[in-house]
Design a protein around this ligand. Structure first.
Ligand SMILES: NC(=O)c1ccc[n+]([C@@H]2O[C@H](COP(=O)([O-])OP(=O)(O)OC[C@H]3O[C@@H](n4cnc5c(N)ncnc54)[C@H](OP(=O)(O)O)[C@@H]3O)[C@@H](O)[C@H]2O)c1
Length: 324
């Protein structure tokens, strides 16, 4: 209903040529609608840029940069596998590619981006600061190295990969500097829990554009999602397929068969319907296609709620809640 109300404001504005909408204020979800009478009404609006979800649906980050909601992960992809997978993914419509200094495949990601023939500005590339590159100077030079490896002049998003104790605030200052210089268009964090984010807010006025954390119905971190939303931080979910570990869950399979879809497709669609950026990894052509074939159906409200109840705190990598 709020979404409808929002569209209504824009339609009225278009018809009457009046300035009903005063832009977003405060939280990303909130906006003030101004009426000619001078009165305001606070509305909730979505950061998603288009009504219906599509492979190229974008979310608007807190600094105005647009990021695709759906993309490709490349962790544990071999070098050769990475280049081929990224090239194929770009060919079939993926526009967000997630890599990291740690993955050792930035060169191959860059090669594929350049070889794809797609204009650079239409592809969103993320990389992440390695734990060994924390500290102001090291963080600054590490992005130069990443860019050199990739053969790119900027990345769209540069994330702190892990909240490294004692050094993370210093590193954040370096990311602020890089943002100012333009070698990355947005900066954010990864594996930050609520406490880490609070600590960052106390030390900097730059709110991270993104927080990339493990997220799936089996690890439904609702409090973290709400905290991020209320602070204009876009949540990006990694290991959305539980690294393949829980695809055979009977409840998940039952929902999948109801929609004539596969378990991975349900997990990915669930994330997108929650406006969580999702980056499934695959180097297999069939699975790259399968994972992208999620834009022709919608999970019902009831089934979304059922999926929400699947949480078993399943972590398939590391547990950042133990990081001081
Ligand atoms: N910030 C962080 O700390 C962090 C941590 C982990 C991951 N990430 C990012 O998030 C991305 C995704 O997470 P992830 O790689 O850990 O796990 P994931 O995407 O949940 O799962 C990937 C695994 O599932 C398999 N797979 C993919 N599609 C499938 C399908 N349709 N059916 C069955 N199996 C399928 C893949 O194998 P095939 O390749 O053989 O298809 C791979 O083994 C990573 O690649 C990385 O970019 C970030």
């Amino acid at each position: 209903m709020d979404h409808l109300f929002n569209s209504f404001g824009f339609v009225l504005e278009a018809i009457l040529g009046m300035n009903f909408y005063s832009g977003k204020v405060g939280k990303a979800d909130d906006a003030l609608l101004r009426f000619p009478s001078g009165c305001y009404r606070r509305i909730v609006c979505s950061n998603v840029m288009a009504g219906e979800l599509r492979i190229d649906t974008m979310v608007k980050l807190n600094n105005g940069v647009e990021m695709p909601l759906f993309g490709l992960g490349t962790y544990q992809a071999s070098r050769k596998g990475t280049e081929e997978a990224v090239l194929y993914a770009l060919e079939i419509g993926y526009r967000l590619i997630d890599t990291a200094q740690m993955y050792g495949n930035e060169r191959e990601v860059g090669n594929a981006v350049r070889k794809s023939g797609i204009p650079r500005e239409e592809i969103f590339v993320t990389t992440k600061l390695d734990n060994s590159n924390h500290g102001y100077e090291r963080a600054l030079t590490s992005l130069d190295t990443s860019l050199e490896l990739m053969g790119l002049s900027y990345v769209d998003l540069f994330l702190i990969h892990w909240p490294v104790e004692d050094l993370r605030n210093e590193s954040w200052r370096a990311l602020e500097k890089l943002l100012e210089e333009g070698t990355c268009h947005a900066i954010g964090v990864s594996n930050y829990m609520i406490g880490h984010l609070r600590g960052l807010f106390e030390n900097s006025s730059t709110v991270p554009a993104v927080n990339q954390v493990e997220f799936s119905p089996f690890l439904y971190q609702k409090d973290l999602l709400e905290f991020c939303r209320s602070n204009s931080v876009q949540l990006e979910g990694y290991s959305p397929l539980t690294k393949g570990e829980n695809l055979g869950d009977p409840g998940l399979r039952a929902i999948a068969s109801k929609y004539s879809k596969t378990s991975p497709q349900i997990l990915l669609r669930w994330a997108l319907q929650k406006e969580i950026v999702t980056i499934p990894k695959s180097t297999n052509v069939e699975r790259l296609r399968e994972n992208a074939d999620i834009f022709d159906f919608e999970i019902s409200h009831e089934d979304m709620a059922a999926l929400d109840s699947f949480n078993i705190d399943l972590r398939t990598s590391w547990d950042p809640s133990t990081a001081p």
